[in-house]
Design a protein around this ligand. Structure first.
Ligand SMILES: [Zn+2]
Length: 172
């Protein structure tokens, strides 16, 4: 977790030396009920408002979010190279953030609530990310932090049945 969060791309060049390689795409859910929409502002409040209202993090937990209608909204910008610059870091999974990108779908409370359009969007997102970063591995939050239910579905199975190559599955 780096200090210079939420700055612009102009900082990236001087910070390049500290950037680590992007190795992980982590899938999350917002842990909200089926059919209830969540805005990017909601997520910003939950994560960055001071405790006890929010978690008091320096940055949100996800780079992108997938709304109920399949729209992908960017929360924290990133570039297309293979490094996680400090300004790209999001706080989705303690211990993994300096080498990870995090994507969240809206829903997931009590089980897999993905809509058809979210499912399609998520698969497209995974495919595009792998096309840009051929060595990346895709994980569910529960694969990294034991005891977490997030994202409320078996990510490895989702990847396998959609013919994602084994080398891109974190726990194949
Ligand atoms: Zn999560």
């Amino acid at each position: 977790m780096g200090p210079a969060l939420g700055r612009g791309p102009e900082l990236s060049k001087s910070k390049k030396a500290m950037a680590k390689k992007l190795t992980l795409l982590v899938i999350h859910c917002t842990d909200t009920p089926a059919g209830r929409e969540v805005s990017s502002d909601d997520i910003r409040h939950w994560h960055t408002d001071p405790a006890p209202k929010g978690r008091g993090w320096s940055q949100v937990g996800y780079s992108d979010m997938i709304h109920l209608d399949g729209t992908v909204e960017n929360l924290v910008p990133y570039d297309t190279d293979d490094e996680v610059d400090l300004w790209e870091i999001t706080n989705g999974a303690a211990g993994f953030n300096s080498t990870a990108r995090h994507i969240v779908y809206v829903g997931g409370k009590g089980g897999d609530t993905r809509t058809y359009l979210q499912n399609v969007a998520l698969f497209g997102y995974v495919q595009r990310t792998i096309a840009q970063h051929p060595d990346i591995k895709v994980a569910g939050h529960h694969d990294l932090n034991q005891g977490k239910a997030c994202p409320s579905f078996d990510v490895a199975r989702f990847l396998r049945v959609n013919s994602i190559p084994k080398k891109n599955i974190y726990k194949p």
